[in-house]
Design a protein around this ligand. Structure first.
Ligand code: HEC
Ligand code: HEC
Length: 378
């Protein structure tokens, strides 16, 4: 809060000075363009440090495509938007937490939400594809839950419109907790230890599907990324980022083009893009958002994940296809290649169209290392 107030005060002051300067000297020259900090053999870290010593609002302009409604990177808000009919009271959050860690929500009592969404792994499970009760395997990777409190649509394909709608899905899903909701609710009803907390949260000791969903959603809404070196840097500790990570921050915002989609405090636009990983026409085809909307513009599009705590969240992407971040960065640098079989006609109306924002970026190995260091600081 304090830092915010200060930043606003600085802005107010700047604006006032600017207004005064403009009225006093209408012919004043525009401010000189920021130096671009390129050195003969790479990037001049000392120069970048000077540019990024300012509050984020005064960082050098990013390189984003026209029409992208980007926001600057920044600290993650403490409070997430909350629906009026499910206030995040401490009693609801606490009840939701107990349920999230309780394996008895699954049919055989072996798998809790946290069994797949593990707090120490950015709420993922470290596996390429989710593994449910009885070892049944799902089709997609367990996503980190760090963007979920702020996302207008949930799941890799956005098929749920609210956390309340989303959180009970995995209980009934046969390849997740395999527990039809009426039976899951009956199980909870039979557990005396939930009576008092249910009453405290909802005024009744009698659980039902709606209150089960509300409690879990209230808890998920409180999940925040663990504070990292990048947060210390944002709070004014310049030494928190190494030269490499700082160079990576600059590349992320400029030459590498990442800020086109990964922006704002959580480093996501909450949007859907085809970055070229749909495996169209191949064995592991997943057409993403299209499978929900059946709108051809959504072919192969997946939700942009948050990059907060991303180094802990691997293997990465909706299908867990990248076991290491450097390989992932090399693929981005190459424009993600082309996974569509050669025989597939260009004119095929179902052929997913990779976003024009995904293209070769001419980063050298040192620049890829710098981006990697930045991702590790997030
Ligand atoms: C078997 C592993 C598994 C279990 C158990 C599990 N999930 Fe998930 N969760 C997933 C997978 C996989 C997805 C993504 C599915 C998709 O996008 O199609 C997901 C998606 C989510 C999302 C959406 C996140 C986002 O940003 O889109 C939330 C929230 C969530 N789960 C909460 C829960 C809760 C609450 C429970 C317990 C009731 C739970 N999960 C149990 C694997 C699991
Ligand atoms: C066109 C928008 C777009 C651009 C530009 C973009 N990304 Fe992504 N990013 C996405 C989407 C969408 C996904 C998920 C795709 C999937 O799972 O199939 C993703 C996934 C990722 C992941 C995996 C996260 C996880 O939890 O699985 C990382 C890491 C990542 N991006 C980093 C970057 C970096 C670094 C850049 C710049 C070099 C970049 N992205 C540029 C949209 C974009």
């Amino acid at each position: 809060m304090k830092t915010h107030a200060r930043t606003h005060a600085i802005h107010g002051l700047r604006a006032a000075c600017l207004a005064a300067a403009l009225s006093a000297a209408p012919t004043a020259l525009p401010a000189p363009a920021a130096p671009d900090c390129r050195a003969a053999n790479g990037w001049d870290a000392a120069c970048l440090r000077r540019l990024y010593a300012a509050p984020a609002a005064a960082w050098p302009a990013p390189e984003v495509e026209a029409g992208v409604a980007w926001q600057e990177l920044g600290p993650v808000p403490a409070v997430a938007p909350t629906p009026a009919d499910n206030p995040g009271t401490p009693a609801r959050v606490e009840l939701g937490r107990r349920l999230f860690f309780d394996p008895r929500l699954s049919a055989k009592g072996e798998l809790s939400c946290a069994g797949c969404h593990r707090p120490e792994k950015a709420f993922t499970d470290g596996k390429p594809l989710a593994v449910g009760e009885d070892r049944l395997m799902g089709r997609r990777r367990t996503p980190p839950l760090l963007a979920a409190p702020f996302a207008p649509r949930l799941f890799w394909d956005g098929r749920a419109g609210s956390l309340e709608e989303q959180v009970v899905g995995p209980i009934a899903n046969p390849v997740e907790m395999n527990h039809p909701l009426p039976q899951a609710v009956a199980r909870i009803k039979g557990l005396d230890e939930y009576r008092a907390p249910w009453r405290a949260a909802f005024g009744t000791a009698d659980p039902d599907e709606a209150t089960l969903a509300q409690a879990l959603a209230a808890f998920v809404r409180t999940l925040r990324p663990e504070a990292t070196a990048f947060d210390r840097f944002l709070a004014g500790d310049a030494a928190a980022l190494s030269d490499g990570a700082l160079t990576g921050l600059h590349l992320f915002r400029t030459k590498a083009g990442c800020l086109n989609c990964h922006y704002g405090p959580l480093l996501t636009d909450h949007g859907f893009h085809d970055i070229g990983l749909s495996f169209y026409g191949r064995r592991n085809q997943d057409l993403g958002r299209f499978e929900v909307t059946r709108n051809k513009a959504d072919l192969g599009a997946f939700r942009t994940p948050s990059l907060r705590n991303v180094a802990r969240a691997g293997p990465w992407m909706h299908n867990g296809i990248f076991p290491d971040l450097k390989g992932l960065l090399r693929m981005y640098n190459a424009g993600m290649g082309n996974l569509t079989p050669k025989a597939t006609a260009e004119a095929d109306p179902y052929r997913p169209r990779k976003s024009p924002l995904i293209r070769a970026r001419q980063l050298d190995e040192a620049e890829i290392d710098a981006l990697h260091a930045f991702l590790e600081a997030l």
